[in-house]
Design a binder for this molecule. Structure first.
Ligand code: NAD
Length: 454
């Protein structure tokens, strides 16, 4: 497997991907190790993760450089991600024990009813590249804390980061057979799904999610799919225009638009539409695109070269259907995978740009006449990850948001994930959830005890 730098196309290194036999051997090791890992007291499992937390901070510069080199994430954003993981780990460390504590739910006349939480067993984690620390640790940390062993397949676009994560977990005391990395691409992922696993936790595209669901369907394996989105935001006429434009420009362009919860559609009330578009374009035009290793860079390269074709096709389709291009619109010459930050107004739902996930620095802004039209358009999608409303009127914003099909709802904010809240999607954005106390319990099987004393 060639690991290349998306900013300049240079070969960083070559890594041997696991073939089916290697994956099967690793699955056997992880399964054999599970009872012993589950027997390790929770306090010791927590101590391993606490050391991992501290190691991330101690080595943040090295880890961020690796992430930026292979994924192209601007270096400040790489450090933000790695340090941001600490907040999630703190949450898991504080909540793990309580979330899976046994509970007596009934005790009368000699009859006791109890719930215990058992680990699923040996689970597979097939992960994405865009936030490898976040989306990986959302799965493997609570899985390990609750007594599961983990086969972890990082994305082939974030392999070196996956290997760093593995090294750190082992150095911090997680046994080498309790957490095993499976380097490789789609073939290694497919081989993983064929093993005797007790759960598969996937983050990635809808297309791959469908393939995995079809492969696991007949086998009754617990499956979680965290997939893509086409996340909408509605800016009401009473919203402060400059502040909303700044916040949404960040939400659309952060990580070069390659976030599952990037703002991908903006609906603006007709009374402030023109003013908003101007402010939004000015903000995006001010973002610096360039070498992702440069501290001043906000927009880096596109990680996967194939995505450039998707972005070009969305631009061509929008132009052919009469959208007005306000900024950018072009792929830049190589080396590396570069696409200009791009803003369209005058868009509608006949355009790919407003229907299919863009996963890049490109956004459409559509004028709406009021709340009812905004709700109808926000719901006109097969996805449902997040949705937002900008307005000073809390009652109105909540009323609009309550009508939108999405797992996370934002009032005057966007592109935000909290470890305290469940992260999930409706429709083609997936099934299951991570984060919150539910995202700890999801790695366990609740068991029902009916105990009669006589
Ligand atoms: P992808 O689907 O191309 O790859 C995801 C993972 O699946 C990779 O590790 C890949 O090697 C593996 N894979 C590919 N084919 C496979 C197969 N047949 N069987 C098993 N595994 C296989 O997605 P990506 O490009 O890595 O990630 C981008 C997508 O992920 C976007 O759609 C984004 O919205 C989504 N995403 C969602 C969330 C969320 O929390 N909902 C978070 C991050 C990313």
């Amino acid at each position: 497997m060639k690991i290349c730098n998306p900013a300049n196309g240079a070969l960083i290194t070559e890594i041997e991907a696991d073939d089916a036999a290697a994956v099967a051997a690793k699955a056997q090791r992880a399964r054999a190790a599970q009872p012993a890992w589950n027997a390790v007291p929770m306090a010791e499992r927590k101590a391993c993760i606490a050391r991992f937390r501290d190691a991330l901070a101690a080595q943040v510069d090295l880890l961020a450089e690796t992430l930026t080199a292979e994924v192209g994430k601007p270096i400040r954003q790489s450090r933000n991600e790695i340090l941001g993981v600490q907040i999630r780990l703190d949450f898991f460390l504080a909540q793990a024990e309580r979330s899976i504590a046994s509970e007596t739910v009934f005790a009368e006349q000699g009859l006791t009813e109890r719930i215990t939480h058992e680990p699923l067993g040996m689970v597979a984690n097939v992960s994405a590249w865009n936030y490898p620390y976040f989306v990986g640790s959302n799965v493997f940390v609570p899985a390990l804390l609750t007594g599961n062993t983990v086969l972890y397949k990082p994305s082939e676009y974030a392999t070196l980061t996956g290997l760093q994560i593995t090294r750190l977990l082992h150095e911090c005391g997680v046994p080498t057979d309790a957490f095993i990395v499976v380097p490789g691409g789609g073939q290694a992922g497919a081989a993983l799904a064929e093993q005797r696993i007790d759960g598969l936790f996937f983050t990635g595209s809808h297309a791959t999610g469908v393939r995995i669901a079809a492969a696991l369907g007949p086998r009754m394996v617990k499956l979680q799919l965290e997939l893509g989105g086409k996340d909408p935001t509605y800016v009401c006429e009473d919203a402060p225009v400059a502040a909303a434009a700044e916040s949404l420009a960040d939400g659309a362009m952060y990580n070069t638009g390659q976030s599952c919860c990037s703002v991908e559609r903006i609906y603006v009330h007709e009374r402030i539409h023109d003013e908003f578009v101007e402010a939004f374009v000015a903000t995006v035009a001010g973002l610096r695109m360039g070498d992702p290793m440069d501290e001043a860079t906000s927009i880096g390269p596109i990680t996967r070269a194939q995505q450039l074709d998707v972005l070009e096709s969305q631009v061509a389709d929008a132009l052919a259907r009469g959208a007005s291009l306000r900024l950018g619109g072009k792929r830049l010459p190589g080396p590396g995978n570069w696409f200009e930050p791009t803003v369209f107004s005058g868009v509608d739902h006949g355009m790919e740009l407003m229907r299919e996930e863009s996963f890049g620095p490109i956004i459409g802004i559509q004028k709406v006449s009021g709340d009812a039209q905004a709700v109808a358009l926000m719901n006109d999608t097969r996805y449902g990850l997040t949705a937002g409303v900008y307005s000073p009127d809390e009652r109105r914003a909540k009323h609009v948001l309550a009508q939108v099909q999405a797992g996370s709802l934002y009032w005057n904010c966007c592109d935000r994930v909290s470890p305290r809240l469940p992260w999930s999607g409706c429709g083609d954005s997936g099934i299951g959830l991570t984060l919150s106390t539910y995202g700890i319990q999801t790695f366990t099987r609740p068991r029902a005890w009916h105990l009669r004393s006589a």
